[in-house]
Design a protein around this ligand. Structure first.
Ligand code: PLP
Length: 357
């Protein structure tokens, strides 16, 4: 049987036998009572690693970001984030819907940063006409791109000068740390809070952890209950998270190598366009130029390679994609393109989807 190679996201990873066995033997209790030792251990271990006082295990990165924003901001406050940032574009407007907190989106620079002069310009004066600007949200990695440590230090200076808080959507912050060959705390030390996903490249089936000061996490814990996120014997899930941070961090480098190899191989195909300078961690963005994305995606699918049919196709490597798979994918692209060379004039049968997380 042909293997499925799923390049749609790093969220598609399935727990391994070793991970499942730690879940089966996890010690559990009622975490809403604070009595689940495995959840507590995960929260402690991760918050120590990022150099923060406390952590909170939650069901998703979306909830983690929401609780982070709601802990820093109140009704009538504002957070600044990227136009394409997950906290603005991809979370159903949660902070506005549930927190009455207004977003101020700004275009990302090509490198995934927010221009700090522009951020400064958009911080509102204290005036009854304006929402109160309270928080700056940064994403790292952003579409697979790693922000320089010096940029993070500059962002910290800006928020300090303006009495704002700084939140890191670090869904893939470990990818950034591994790429820079630094400790994750070298990244997170600039922030007041950080959200880290366990269910992306780290390979856990469920969960994120929000870390911050004791005071921030106390507020977040309250909001978690309010949004229905208090889980009971959640240690079964936290055990997978613990396994992930203990075993699957350093291996992210393999995903990065595979993405680089994939980008290199595909860039040798004339019809495809890839900016290899933007391939820094586990994502490759392939511009299909004149090719019909649905035809290409379908032809790949017939070979067991799963992609989303976008003009700029995002391919994500993860622990269920091997270096051997990369060769298979490159060959499959060549064949798919050979079969569909002049497909661009054909009608698209479905609307294209935007960038995906
Ligand atoms: C995936 C992702 C999230 C949210 O994670 P979910 O667990 O899918 O809710 C947040 N931020 C970024 C940058 C992500 O990629």
């Amino acid at each position: 049987m042909q293997k499925t190679i799923d390049l749609r996201s790093d969220t598609v990873t399935k727990p391994t036998a070793a991970m499942l066995s730690t879940m089966l033997s996890a010690e559990v209790g009622d975490d809403v009572y604070g009595e689940d030792p495995t959840v507590t251990r995960l929260e402690q271990e991760l918050s120590e690693r990022v150099g923060m006082e406390a952590g909170l295990f939650v069901c998703s990165g979306t909830q983690s970001n929401l609780l982070g924003i709601m802990s820093h901001c109140e009704r009538g406050d504002e957070y600044i984030a990227g136009q394409q940032a997950h906290v603005y574009r991809w979370e159903g407007g949660g902070a506005a819907v549930l927190g009455s907190i207004q977003p101020q989106p700004l275009e990302f620079e090509l490198d995934g940063s927010l221009n700090l002069d522009l951020v400064q310009k958009y911080i509102k004066p204290d005036d009854a006409h304006h929402a109160r600007t309270k928080l700056l949200c940064i994403e790292n990695t952003q579409s697979g791109k790693v922000l320089p440590l010096s940029y993070l230090a500059d962002a910290r200076k800006l928020v300090d000068a303006n009495k704002l808080q700084l939140h890191l959507d670090g869904a893939r912050a470990f990818n950034a740390a591994v790429q820079l060959k630094v400790d994750i705390s070298d990244i997170t030390k600039h922030f007041d809070s950080v959200s880290i996903c366990l269910s992306k490249g780290l390979g856990a089936p469920v969960g994120s952890v929000l870390c911050g000061s004791k005071e921030t996490i106390k507020k977040a814990r309250r909001w978690r209950k309010v949004v229905g996120g208090g889980m009971r014997q959640a240690g079964i899930l936290a055990a997978a998270g613990l396994y992930a941070i203990q075993n699957n961090v350093n291996r992210l480098a393999e995903d990065h190598n595979n993405a680089a190899r994939l980008a290199q191989g595909l860039s040798e195909i004339d019809e495809l366009n890839i900016d290899q300078s933007l391939v820094q961690t586990n994502m490759v963005f392939v511009n299909l130029g004149k090719l019909n994305p649905q035809k290409i995606s379908q032809a790949l699918g017939e070979k067991g390679i799963l992609t989303f049919a976008n003009q700029t196709m995002r391919l994500v490597t993860h622990l269920d994609v091997s270096s051997k798979d990369i060769k298979i994918v490159i060959e499959a692209f060549k064949e798919a393109i050979g079969q569909n060379k002049n497909s661009s004039e054909e009608e698209l049968t479905q609307p294209l989807r935007g960038a995906l997380y």
